[in-house]
Design a protein around this ligand. Structure first.
Ligand code: PEP
Length: 249
């Protein structure tokens, strides 16, 4: 049994008062919910969100792979550990595309996060052009393997988020069938790389314009174990509906 996860990625949105309200409401809402709820605020609010956490976990949106040094503006895994943070988003397409993070950096970040006993939420996904050229499988396989192939992982040390880039922040959602097809493929790659048992236990989230209307059908697919939610995670009532949809998996 894979416990579903719904992770809210606030990106560069929110405020101290928004964080306080969200934490309070999610603590109440998630008390008896059989879903792991994760809140991923901007780093300046991470301590606040982590300290308030009763019935959810906190995720950093980014981390640097070096232990320390002259990396102005960056945050290390030890600093996240200090906060008690459990998850870290790694390889989000906005980091890859806007901030030019390459696959080696993504792999180094995954390794640093795992080494620090936190759990990477590893984001992978193809562009629209790659999908149209029939390259979606090759792209996600390459992204996944380049990030994990040097590691010995158990299922609780990794969460994968399949996020087709053409569906992020666009209002365009993959159909449940499209998403399921790739999720099943990703699970197959994990089985080849690690083991069938590990693949069966690893949570694979879908991300890309998930909202209160689309969540239930997406989450009803057999290989979709919840969602990584951007825009809709800023609307508390919608986010609750999405979390409830995951509880019915
Ligand atoms: C995301 O940021 O990971 C994401 C999926 O965003 P959105 O839900 O807004 O498409």
């Amino acid at each position: 049994m894979r416990k579903p996860i719904v992770a809210g990625n606030w990106k560069m949105n929110g405020s101290g008062s928004f964080a306080a309200k969200m934490c309070e409401q999610i603590n109440l809402f998630a008390e008896n919910l059989d879903v792991e709820v994760v809140l991923s605020p901007p780093s300046v609010y991470l301590s606040q969100v982590q300290q308030a956490a009763k019935n959810y976990s906190a995720a950093a949106q980014n981390v640097h792979f070096a232990a320390s040094g002259a990396f102005t503006g960056e945050i290390s895994v030890a600093m996240l550990q200090d906060l008690g943070c459990q998850y870290v988003l790694v390889g989000h397409s906005e980091r890859r595309e806007i901030f030019a993070e390459n696959q080696q950096w993504v792999a180094d970040k995954v390794a640093a996060v795992v080494d620090a006993t936190m759990v990477p939420i590893l984001c992978i996904g193809e562009t629209l052009a790659q999908r149209q050229q029939g390259e979606a499988h090759a792209v996600v396989k390459q992204q996944l393997l380049s990030a994990i192939s040097s590691l010995q992982l158990s299922a609780d040390q990794l969460v994968v988020a399949y996020e087709p880039i053409w569906a992020i922040g666009t209002g365009e959602t993959a159909t449940p069938e499209q998403a399921q097809e790739i999720h099943k493929y990703i699970r197959g790659v994990l089985a080849e790389q690690l083991s069938a048992e590990m693949a069966n236990k690893t949570r694979i989230l879908y991300g890309g314009s998930v909202n209160a209307e689309t969540a239930a059908e997406l989450f009803s697919q057999p290989d979709i174990d919840g969602g990584l939610v951007g825009g809709a995670s800023l609307k508390i009532e919608d986010f609750k509906i999405i979390c409830s949809a995951a509880a019915n998996i």
